[in-house]
Design a protein. Structure first.
Length: 210
């Protein structure tokens, strides 16, 4: 049973986390543009901690109660919409890799933490997926097995974010990295803006309900 719970958590988390969204795009982009892989560590750590928080809240059932309030959903969608528009612009206007790594053109630790936290914690879709999928599946277990199920989800989360940063760094070190990064920045911004527009459309629906 413990192995089944752990495997269940892994498979479930993989299904949720591999989708191309603002969080994954931003982590990959930071791994690629930072002068050293270790400079992208704030992004990876913040994403991992944010996901850990959401997963734990979902397993404990706290977030289900919170999101019963329409006004809170409206605030989340509104804040997420604004942040994603801004982050999309930052990604789109990011410099290519021919800049001097000693300049301040790369996102610093505070900026990375702020942006990563916003795309992680102000993303209503991620929150609702975590609640609706991980939270409800966790109800199938109790005691130690629920903890093992949660550990499986967290294992995938931290491993995936670390792998994304490494994959981005490998791209950044490859030949023609400048050209590839121009494409990546454009695609990244497009993905983020598309999600922002979708969130804006859902925000209008919530405002009509209120």
């Amino acid at each position: 049973m413990p192995l089944a719970a752990f495997t269940h958590g892994i498979v479930l988390a993989i299904g949720l986390i591999v989708a191309l969204g603002p969080q994954n795009v931003f982590i990959f982009q930071q791994g690629a543009v930072q002068p050293r892989l270790t400079r992208a560590l704030p992004t990876v750590l913040t994403a991992g901690i944010s996901d850990t928080l959401l997963i734990l809240l979902a397993v404990l059932g706290v977030s289900v109660v919170v999101l019963q309030f329409v006004w809170l959903q409206t605030v989340l969608f509104g804040a997420g919409f604004v942040f994603l528009l801004y982050i999309g612009w930052v990604l789109y206007s990011s410099p290519a890799l021919d800049v001097d790594p000693h300049t301040e053109e790369f996102l610093g630790t505070r900026e990375q933490i702020g942006f990563t936290a916003s795309v992680s914690l102000l993303n209503p879709h991620a929150i609702l997926d975590t609640i609706g999928v991980i939270g409800t599946n966790a109800l199938a277990y109790s005691g130690l097995n629920r903890g093992i199920f949660t550990a499986g989800c967290l294992f995938v989360s931290w491993g995936w974010f670390s792998g994304l940063a490494v994959a981005g760094w490998v791209l950044g070190e490859s030949a023609n990295a400048d050209r590839w990064m121009q494409y990546l920045n454009t695609v990244s911004a497009a993905v983020v803006w598309i999600v922002a527009l979708y969130m804006g459309w859902q925000l209008i629906g919530l405002l009509e309900i209120m």
